[in-house]
Design a protein around this ligand. Structure first.
Ligand SMILES: Cc1ncc(COP(=O)(O)O)c(C=O)c1O
Length: 302
């Protein structure tokens, strides 16, 4: 199978819904596997594969036959069996704390899927479109998934999502049942034009390669006693502090100084640094100087 057909929908979570339906339709099986601390969106199906109980508990019952494994835990790969329709994973776990796959984890998951006839869905909604040094994050990790879901940056800020798989799989969804996954505005011509223009710009300016050079500069500048580690890849970075209290202080102080940072969904120690790919070297220097200044103030106050 190859990744030769895309369906456009309106958001990332809808792309996830389409992919979950697709793997059930293609395999005729029902079990879906996801990862602890995974985030794939907020509609019912996507929330069912969210690996964070606290945020979904009050909405139960969700869709049945969903199981969870731990990202990077090789023993857990055995939980993918001939009952599994598909497994969904982010190529770099986002909400969990910008955790990269280790020791060919993704390639090992793919091998297991091939062995048992399950399909592998990779969520590129956050890492995709040049943010991690390649057009798609999975290209960094020696694997080609069966299904890819995309969104966020793919239309330069316009609302869109998509899922990609082999034409013969996608045709099942469109013809059997007929119109098996439709939506009024999917493939809207204005949005499609924005997608094309964004893709051309990313490829022409080689923003993927630029994101690696920019990562290097961030890593040189983000050195401070309050930063334990800088996680992530390219322009998907998180500065990790000792605790969420310090992280909150840094984020609020920076906001007062005119710099917008953010948190990660499930990891309170992370200061999220995910600027537009167009950020300049001067802007990186200016932003990092504000972060360091805020951290120096926190050290003095304590
Ligand atoms: C990895 C990942 N998957 C899915 C989604 C959901 O996308 P949307 O907010 O467009 O529904 C997000 C959004 O934050 C995401 O980061």
């Amino acid at each position: 199978p190859s990744l030769n057909k895309v369906y456009l929908v309106n958001s990332g979570t809808e792309a996830c819904e389409g992919a979950l339906k697709l793997v059930r339709r293609v395999t005729g099986r029902s079990q879906l596997i996801s990862c602890h601390n995974a985030y794939h969106g907020n509609t019912m199906g996507s929330m069912s594969v969210m690996g964070f109980e606290e945020r979904k508990q009050v909405f139960r019952p969700l869709i049945p036959d969903v199981d969870f494994i731990t990202f990077n835990n090789e023993e857990d790969i055995q939980k993918i069996t001939t009952k599994t329709a598909g497994i969904i994973l982010e190529s770099i776990q986002g909400g969990a704390g910008f955790i990269q796959p280790k020791n060919d984890f993704l390639a090992k998951v793919k091998k297991r899927c091939s062995d048992v006839g399950a399909l592998m869905i990779v969520d590129e909604i956050q890492p995709g479109f040049g943010r991690t040094g390649k057009l798609f994050g999975f290209e960094n990790y020696n694997v080609v998934p069966d299904v890819v879901i995309i969104g966020k940056g793919m239309a330069g800020g316009m609302p869109v999502g998509g899922f990609i798989a082999d034409e013969k799989y996608m045709d099942l969804l469109s013809h059997d049942p007929k119109l098996g996954h439709i939506t009024t505005f999917g493939g809207h011509p204005v949005i499609a034009a924005a997608c094309l223009a964004t893709l051309e710009e990313i490829l022409e300016k080689d923003y993927a390669a630029q994101s690696l050079a920019k990562e290097k500069l961030f890593r040189e500048l983000l050195v401070h006693p309050l930063i334990d580690e800088v996680r992530g890849k390219g322009l998907m970075l998180a500065a990790m502090t000792r605790n969420s209290e310090i992280t909150n202080k840094v984020i609020f102080k920076c906001q007062d100084k005119g710099l917008i940072l953010f948190w990660l969904l499930f990891e309170g120690k992370a200061i999220r640094i995910t600027p537009p790919l167009t950020i300049s070297e001067d802007e990186i220097r200016e932003g990092c100087a504000i972060i360091i200044e805020a951290m120096n103030e926190i050290l003095i106050e304590n």
